[in-house]
Design a protein around this ligand. Sequence first.
Ligand code: PMP
Length: 306
Amino acid sequence: MPIQATEKIWMDGEYVDWDEARVHVLTPSLHYGWGVFEGIRAYERADGASAVFRLTDHMERLFRSAKIYHMEPPVSLEGAVKVTKDLVAMNGVPTCYVRPIVYLGFGEMGLNPLNSPVRMAIACWPWGAYLGEDAFETGVRVKVSSWRRLDANIIPPAAKATGQYLNSSLAKAEAVKAGYDEGILLNPNGYVTDGSGENVFLVRDGVLCTPPLAAGCLAGITRASILQIAADEGIRVREADMVRTDLYLADEAFFTGTAAEVVPIREVDDRVLGDPGPITRRLQEVFTAATRGRDERYRDWLEPVT
Ligand code: PMP
Protein backbone atom coordinates (compact mmCIF):
# COMPACT_ATOMS: atom_id res chain seq x y z
CA MET A 1 0.00 0.00 0.00
CA PRO A 2 1.49 3.41 -0.95
CA ILE A 3 2.37 5.83 1.82
CA GLN A 4 -0.41 8.35 2.43
CA ALA A 5 1.25 11.74 2.10
CA THR A 6 0.94 14.37 4.81
CA GLU A 7 1.83 18.04 4.51
CA LYS A 8 5.26 18.49 6.05
CA ILE A 9 8.46 16.57 6.74
CA TRP A 10 11.13 17.88 9.09
CA MET A 11 14.60 17.87 7.51
CA ASP A 12 17.72 19.20 9.21
CA GLY A 13 15.93 21.91 11.13
CA GLU A 14 13.23 22.91 8.63
CA TYR A 15 9.69 21.81 7.95
CA VAL A 16 9.60 21.20 4.21
CA ASP A 17 6.70 20.25 1.94
CA TRP A 18 6.21 16.47 1.59
CA ASP A 19 7.18 16.50 -2.11
CA GLU A 20 10.26 18.62 -1.46
CA ALA A 21 11.80 16.21 1.08
CA ARG A 22 14.46 14.95 -1.32
CA VAL A 23 18.02 13.66 -1.12
CA HIS A 24 20.67 13.49 -3.85
CA VAL A 25 21.11 10.16 -5.64
CA LEU A 26 24.76 10.12 -4.54
CA THR A 27 23.80 10.23 -0.86
CA PRO A 28 26.27 7.72 0.67
CA SER A 29 23.63 6.07 2.88
CA LEU A 30 21.75 5.00 -0.24
CA HIS A 31 24.85 3.21 -1.50
CA TYR A 32 26.22 1.66 1.68
CA GLY A 33 23.23 1.46 4.06
CA TRP A 34 24.84 3.60 6.78
CA GLY A 35 21.88 5.10 8.56
CA VAL A 36 19.76 4.54 11.67
CA PHE A 37 16.05 4.99 12.14
CA GLU A 38 13.03 4.51 14.36
CA GLY A 39 9.44 3.46 13.96
CA ILE A 40 7.03 5.11 16.42
CA ARG A 41 3.27 5.33 16.68
CA ALA A 42 1.05 8.16 17.85
CA TYR A 43 -2.51 7.36 18.90
CA GLU A 44 -5.61 9.45 19.27
CA ARG A 45 -6.58 9.04 22.89
CA ALA A 46 -10.07 8.43 24.20
CA ASP A 47 -10.37 12.18 24.97
CA GLY A 48 -9.55 13.12 21.35
CA ALA A 49 -6.02 14.37 22.02
CA SER A 50 -3.01 12.75 20.40
CA ALA A 51 -0.10 11.18 22.26
CA VAL A 52 3.08 9.54 21.02
CA PHE A 53 3.73 6.14 22.57
CA ARG A 54 7.02 6.03 24.51
CA LEU A 55 8.46 8.76 22.29
CA THR A 56 11.44 9.51 24.53
CA ASP A 57 12.33 5.81 24.75
CA HIS A 58 12.29 5.58 20.95
CA MET A 59 14.44 8.68 20.56
CA GLU A 60 16.89 7.34 23.13
CA ARG A 61 17.17 4.15 21.09
CA LEU A 62 17.72 6.25 17.95
CA PHE A 63 20.55 8.12 19.65
CA ARG A 64 22.06 4.83 20.89
CA SER A 65 21.89 3.43 17.35
CA ALA A 66 23.56 6.60 16.05
CA LYS A 67 26.34 6.26 18.64
CA ILE A 68 27.12 2.72 17.48
CA TYR A 69 27.45 4.11 13.94
CA HIS A 70 29.61 7.15 14.89
CA MET A 71 26.90 9.67 14.04
CA GLU A 72 25.96 12.72 16.08
CA PRO A 73 22.36 13.65 15.19
CA PRO A 74 22.10 17.34 14.22
CA VAL A 75 19.51 17.96 16.95
CA SER A 76 19.40 17.17 20.68
CA LEU A 77 17.27 14.36 22.06
CA GLU A 78 14.88 16.89 23.60
CA GLY A 79 14.79 18.73 20.26
CA ALA A 80 13.91 15.52 18.40
CA VAL A 81 11.09 14.83 20.87
CA LYS A 82 9.69 18.35 20.45
CA VAL A 83 9.94 18.29 16.65
CA THR A 84 8.07 14.97 16.55
CA LYS A 85 5.20 16.31 18.62
CA ASP A 86 5.05 19.52 16.58
CA LEU A 87 5.09 17.57 13.32
CA VAL A 88 2.23 15.27 14.35
CA ALA A 89 0.18 18.33 15.36
CA MET A 90 1.14 20.30 12.24
CA ASN A 91 0.17 17.46 9.90
CA GLY A 92 -3.15 16.95 11.70
CA VAL A 93 -2.68 13.17 12.05
CA PRO A 94 -3.47 12.26 15.69
CA THR A 95 -3.11 8.56 14.84
CA CYS A 96 -0.02 7.99 12.75
CA TYR A 97 3.32 6.28 12.30
CA VAL A 98 6.45 8.39 12.83
CA ARG A 99 9.72 7.67 11.02
CA PRO A 100 12.88 9.50 12.14
CA ILE A 101 16.07 8.71 10.21
CA VAL A 102 19.70 9.79 10.74
CA TYR A 103 21.93 9.24 7.73
CA LEU A 104 24.99 10.42 5.83
CA GLY A 105 24.29 13.23 3.43
CA PHE A 106 25.73 14.11 0.06
CA GLY A 107 29.35 15.25 0.05
CA GLU A 108 31.88 12.47 0.00
CA MET A 109 31.75 9.01 -1.55
CA GLY A 110 33.62 5.94 -0.34
CA LEU A 111 33.55 3.52 2.54
CA ASN A 112 34.88 5.87 5.21
CA PRO A 113 31.69 7.12 6.89
CA LEU A 114 33.50 9.54 9.19
CA ASN A 115 33.81 12.60 6.94
CA SER A 116 30.28 12.81 5.59
CA PRO A 117 27.74 15.30 6.96
CA VAL A 118 25.15 13.74 9.29
CA ARG A 119 21.61 14.49 8.19
CA MET A 120 18.29 13.83 9.87
CA ALA A 121 14.64 13.76 8.87
CA ILE A 122 11.36 12.99 10.62
CA ALA A 123 8.17 12.16 8.73
CA CYS A 124 4.74 10.95 9.82
CA TRP A 125 1.74 9.53 8.04
CA PRO A 126 -1.40 7.49 8.78
CA TRP A 127 -0.58 3.77 8.70
CA GLY A 128 -2.91 0.89 9.42
CA ALA A 129 -2.30 -2.63 10.69
CA TYR A 130 1.16 -3.73 9.48
CA LEU A 131 0.41 -7.45 9.24
CA GLY A 132 -3.10 -6.93 7.85
CA GLU A 133 -6.43 -5.91 9.36
CA ASP A 134 -7.40 -9.52 10.22
CA ALA A 135 -4.07 -10.41 11.79
CA PHE A 136 -4.95 -8.91 15.17
CA GLU A 137 -7.97 -11.22 15.50
CA THR A 138 -7.04 -14.36 13.62
CA GLY A 139 -3.24 -14.41 13.82
CA VAL A 140 -0.55 -14.92 11.20
CA ARG A 141 1.14 -17.87 9.50
CA VAL A 142 4.90 -17.85 9.96
CA LYS A 143 7.90 -19.53 8.36
CA VAL A 144 11.24 -20.00 10.09
CA SER A 145 13.59 -18.37 7.63
CA SER A 146 16.50 -20.06 5.88
CA TRP A 147 18.32 -16.74 6.46
CA ARG A 148 20.11 -16.41 9.80
CA ARG A 149 19.84 -13.25 11.87
CA LEU A 150 22.90 -11.01 11.85
CA ASP A 151 25.52 -11.92 14.42
CA ALA A 152 26.47 -9.16 16.88
CA ASN A 153 30.03 -9.19 15.54
CA ILE A 154 28.95 -8.90 11.92
CA ILE A 155 26.33 -6.16 12.07
CA PRO A 156 25.12 -5.33 15.59
CA PRO A 157 21.42 -6.10 16.14
CA ALA A 158 21.55 -3.68 19.08
CA ALA A 159 21.29 -0.82 16.57
CA LYS A 160 18.30 -0.20 14.37
CA ALA A 161 20.29 0.50 11.21
CA THR A 162 18.98 0.83 7.68
CA GLY A 163 21.48 -1.59 6.09
CA GLN A 164 20.76 -4.39 8.51
CA TYR A 165 17.22 -4.59 7.21
CA LEU A 166 18.60 -6.36 4.12
CA ASN A 167 18.68 -9.36 6.45
CA SER A 168 15.09 -8.80 7.65
CA SER A 169 13.78 -8.15 4.15
CA LEU A 170 15.36 -11.33 2.76
CA ALA A 171 13.47 -13.26 5.43
CA LYS A 172 10.24 -11.35 4.76
CA ALA A 173 10.45 -11.86 1.00
CA GLU A 174 11.18 -15.56 1.42
CA ALA A 175 8.19 -15.99 3.74
CA VAL A 176 5.80 -14.05 1.51
CA LYS A 177 6.91 -15.89 -1.65
CA ALA A 178 6.31 -19.20 0.13
CA GLY A 179 2.77 -18.08 1.05
CA TYR A 180 3.33 -17.13 4.70
CA ASP A 181 2.71 -13.78 6.37
CA GLU A 182 6.01 -13.36 8.19
CA GLY A 183 9.42 -14.96 8.79
CA ILE A 184 11.26 -15.67 12.05
CA LEU A 185 15.06 -15.61 11.99
CA LEU A 186 17.28 -17.94 14.00
CA ASN A 187 20.71 -16.71 15.02
CA PRO A 188 23.90 -18.41 13.74
CA ASN A 189 23.69 -20.86 16.69
CA GLY A 190 20.14 -21.84 15.79
CA TYR A 191 18.32 -19.96 18.54
CA VAL A 192 15.17 -17.93 17.89
CA THR A 193 15.63 -14.17 17.58
CA ASP A 194 13.04 -11.91 15.94
CA GLY A 195 10.49 -11.76 13.17
CA SER A 196 11.61 -9.56 10.28
CA GLY A 197 10.31 -6.51 12.18
CA GLU A 198 8.92 -7.90 15.45
CA ASN A 199 9.98 -9.53 18.69
CA VAL A 200 8.70 -13.03 19.41
CA PHE A 201 6.90 -14.36 22.50
CA LEU A 202 5.49 -17.79 23.29
CA VAL A 203 3.44 -19.24 26.11
CA ARG A 204 4.01 -22.72 27.48
CA ASP A 205 2.38 -24.14 30.62
CA GLY A 206 1.19 -20.67 31.55
CA VAL A 207 4.68 -19.09 31.39
CA LEU A 208 5.40 -16.27 28.96
CA CYS A 209 8.79 -16.77 27.28
CA THR A 210 10.85 -14.55 24.99
CA PRO A 211 14.44 -14.83 23.77
CA PRO A 212 17.06 -12.74 25.60
CA LEU A 213 18.44 -9.67 23.82
CA ALA A 214 21.84 -11.40 23.66
CA ALA A 215 20.34 -13.92 21.22
CA GLY A 216 20.39 -11.07 18.68
CA CYS A 217 16.97 -9.48 19.21
CA LEU A 218 16.26 -5.80 18.90
CA ALA A 219 15.52 -4.23 22.27
CA GLY A 220 11.90 -3.71 21.27
CA ILE A 221 9.92 -1.04 23.06
CA THR A 222 6.73 -3.05 22.60
CA ARG A 223 8.62 -6.07 24.00
CA ALA A 224 9.57 -4.06 27.09
CA SER A 225 5.98 -2.84 27.43
CA ILE A 226 4.60 -6.39 27.21
CA LEU A 227 7.09 -7.62 29.82
CA GLN A 228 5.94 -4.83 32.15
CA ILE A 229 2.25 -5.53 31.51
CA ALA A 230 2.77 -9.27 32.06
CA ALA A 231 4.45 -8.58 35.40
CA ASP A 232 1.60 -6.27 36.39
CA GLU A 233 -0.96 -8.92 35.38
CA GLY A 234 0.78 -11.56 37.48
CA ILE A 235 1.85 -13.61 34.44
CA ARG A 236 5.07 -15.54 34.95
CA VAL A 237 7.80 -14.44 32.54
CA ARG A 238 11.02 -16.10 31.43
CA GLU A 239 13.72 -14.76 29.10
CA ALA A 240 15.51 -17.77 27.70
CA ASP A 241 16.98 -19.11 24.48
CA MET A 242 14.55 -21.15 22.44
CA VAL A 243 14.87 -23.39 19.39
CA ARG A 244 12.46 -23.72 16.49
CA THR A 245 10.60 -26.70 17.99
CA ASP A 246 9.80 -24.57 21.03
CA LEU A 247 7.74 -22.49 18.60
CA TYR A 248 6.05 -25.59 17.13
CA LEU A 249 5.10 -26.86 20.59
CA ALA A 250 4.00 -23.56 22.12
CA ASP A 251 0.51 -23.28 23.59
CA GLU A 252 0.38 -19.70 22.29
CA ALA A 253 2.75 -17.40 20.41
CA PHE A 254 2.67 -13.80 19.26
CA PHE A 255 4.70 -11.00 17.72
CA THR A 256 5.22 -7.55 19.20
CA GLY A 257 6.36 -4.41 17.42
CA THR A 258 5.46 -0.79 16.92
CA ALA A 259 4.16 -1.39 13.40
CA ALA A 260 2.56 -4.79 14.13
CA GLU A 261 1.49 -4.05 17.75
CA VAL A 262 0.54 -7.43 19.35
CA VAL A 263 -0.27 -10.06 16.71
CA PRO A 264 -1.02 -13.72 17.44
CA ILE A 265 0.93 -16.41 15.58
CA ARG A 266 -1.44 -19.20 14.53
CA GLU A 267 0.99 -21.43 12.61
CA VAL A 268 4.76 -21.97 12.46
CA ASP A 269 6.13 -24.02 9.52
CA ASP A 270 2.65 -25.56 9.08
CA ARG A 271 2.44 -26.69 12.71
CA VAL A 272 -0.87 -25.28 13.92
CA LEU A 273 -0.91 -23.46 17.26
CA GLY A 274 -4.55 -22.55 16.78
CA ASP A 275 -6.67 -19.59 17.71
CA PRO A 276 -5.16 -16.87 19.91
CA GLY A 277 -4.99 -18.11 23.51
CA PRO A 278 -6.05 -16.38 26.75
CA ILE A 279 -2.66 -14.88 27.66
CA THR A 280 -2.17 -13.46 24.16
CA ARG A 281 -5.70 -12.02 24.26
CA ARG A 282 -5.21 -10.44 27.67
CA LEU A 283 -1.88 -8.85 26.71
CA GLN A 284 -3.37 -7.56 23.45
CA GLU A 285 -6.27 -6.07 25.37
CA VAL A 286 -4.13 -4.29 27.97
CA PHE A 287 -1.59 -3.09 25.38
CA THR A 288 -4.38 -1.64 23.24
CA ALA A 289 -5.90 0.10 26.26
CA ALA A 290 -2.47 1.44 27.27
CA THR A 291 -1.69 2.90 23.83
CA ARG A 292 -5.12 4.53 23.54
CA GLY A 293 -4.97 6.10 27.01
CA ARG A 294 -7.61 3.84 28.55
CA ASP A 295 -5.41 2.33 31.27
CA GLU A 296 -4.24 4.71 33.97
CA ARG A 297 -1.36 2.41 34.94
CA TYR A 298 0.45 3.27 31.72
CA ARG A 299 -0.29 6.99 31.37
CA ASP A 300 3.45 7.76 31.55
CA TRP A 301 4.01 5.91 28.29
CA LEU A 302 1.87 8.46 26.44
CA GLU A 303 3.63 11.70 25.58
CA PRO A 304 0.96 14.25 24.64
CA VAL A 305 1.38 16.09 21.37
CA THR A 306 0.31 19.46 22.69
N1 PMP B 1 12.75 -6.64 16.03
C1 PMP B 1 13.04 -6.05 14.87
C2 PMP B 1 14.06 -6.69 13.98
C3 PMP B 1 12.40 -4.85 14.49
O1 PMP B 1 12.68 -4.28 13.33
C4 PMP B 1 11.42 -4.30 15.34
C5 PMP B 1 10.71 -3.03 14.94
N2 PMP B 1 11.39 -1.89 15.39
C6 PMP B 1 11.14 -4.94 16.55
C7 PMP B 1 11.83 -6.12 16.86
C8 PMP B 1 10.13 -4.39 17.52
O2 PMP B 1 10.62 -3.23 18.14
P1 PMP B 1 9.63 -2.11 18.68
O3 PMP B 1 8.66 -2.78 19.56
O4 PMP B 1 10.51 -1.16 19.41
O5 PMP B 1 9.01 -1.50 17.48
